[in-house]
Design a binder for this molecule. Structure first.
Ligand code: NAI
Ligand code: OAA
Length: 341
């Protein structure tokens, strides 16, 4: 009798603990735009697994009901709803704390990210116009390429709508960091789980600048040639996948992982978890360029601090100077498109 009373009391306490830890995490609605795509589907899966998400809104121009029905059966916290087509975009966005955008066309072999501008610029503009109307306070994680132009497009759309807050707009460059960590760990022969490498600049070719001189744990086993090769492989990581997929698109699974890592960091920041730092392409005064990727401290209203570049090696200083021209012209192209269309 005593034993069973003790058992039931301890079960009761355990249930209370479970309840209180769930209720300690605030309600957070995450919307994914482009949720039925190559990135969108695995990203929807990963965000459904994230205990910080209470509501997951999956939007695309087609096929979201199936994706939503599928993901919704997973026994985790987030309630999942699918939305399809323009008419349902407003409802998909209403009340969102975080909007993640992997909508748009991917590259095929032989294309640059800038070749996607023609189609994706219009898609991003339309989606951002809806965000300004339906969830102007949400954090926006821009995945659609070319990120160096789509982020400035989003900023211009929000400015026109009178809702722009530079603390809430992020170009997702996490995949560059994910790659730099993996490639560095392989070359330096250190366990990848403890590795960190900042990646700054932008998200295309030479605008991607990994700072291996700041990699942790530090390695003195790497030659100048090793560092050149690591830098080039990180810059060409997207192309490596595009070529391997041979016409069937670009990185989707590693991008979904990277998008989920960055989305999780944004949610932790919103929830007041201290010391959340990730690299991201944001409005910046770190260089003379109006947008630039660097380490960013995330907080309750988005960007809390855009951190400086720290000390650069001679190789990195050279890389920084040579990326500025291309990055600035991609930024200006985005601004011009948004202002003129
Ligand atoms: N930032 C980064 O590091 C990376 C960015 N990307 C970019 O992400 C984008 C998506 O790539 P994937 O998922 O592989 O392409 P995908 O073609 O597989 O999926 C794109 C999805 O967007 C949807 N879509 C098109 N127009 C839309 C609209 N107006 N509203 C909502 N959804 C719309 C499509 O129906 C499709 O389901 C591409 O632009 C790609 O270049 C890809 C990898 C890494
Ligand atoms: O390379 C692409 O087109 C997709 C992308 O941005 C990446 O994988 O980094």
């Amino acid at each position: 009798m005593r034993m069973s009373l003790l058992r039931s009391a301890s079960q009761h306490l355990r249930r209370r603990r479970d309840y209180s830890s769930a209720s300690a995490s605030p309600e957070r609605k995450v919307a994914i735009l482009g949720a039925a795509g190559g990135i969108g589907q695995p990203l929807a899966l990963l965000m459904k697994l994230n205990p910080l998400v209470s509501s997951l809104s999956l939007y695309d121009i087609a096929a979201t009901p199936g994706v939503a029905a599928d993901v919704s059966h997973i026994n985790t916290r987030a309630l999942v709803k699918g939305f399809v087509g323009d008419d349902q975009l407003g409802e998909a966005l209403e009340g969102a704390d975080l909007v993640i955008i992997p909508a748009g066309v991917p590259r095929k072999p032989g294309m640059t990210r800038d070749d996607l501008f023609k189609i994706n610029a219009g898609i991003v503009k339309g989606l951002c116009t809806a965000i300004a109307r339906h969830c102007p306070n949400a954090l926006v994680n821009m995945i659609s390429n070319p990120v160096n132009s789509t982020v400035p497009i989003a900023a211009e759309v929000f400015k026109k709508a009178g809702t722009y807050d530079e603390k809430k707009l992020f170009g997702v460059t996490t995949l560059d960091v994910v790659r730099a960590k993996t490639f560095y760990a392989g070359k330096a022969n250190v366990p990848v789980t403890g590795v960190n490498v900042p990646v700054v600049g932008g998200h295309a070719g030479i605008t991607i600048l990994p700072l291996f001189s700041q990699a942790t744990p530090a390695s003195n086993a790497l030659s100048h040639e090793d560092l050149l090769a690591l830098t080039k492989r990180t810059q060409d990581g997207g192309t490596e996948v595009v070529e391997a997929k041979a016409g069937k698109g670009s990185a989707t699974l590693s991008m979904a992982y990277a998008g989920a890592v960055f989305g999780d960091a944004c949610l932790k920041g919103l929830n007041g978890v201290p010391d959340i730092v990730e690299c991201s392409f944001v409005q910046s005064t770190v260089t003379e360029l109006p947008f630039f990727a660097s380490k960013v401290r995330l907080g309750k209203s988005g960007v809390e601090e855009v951190m400086g570049l720290g000390e650069l090696s001679a190789l990195e200083k050279e890389g920084l100077e040579s990326l500025k021209g291309e990055l600035l012209s991609s930024i200006e192209k985005g601004v011009k498109f948004a202002q003129e269309s």
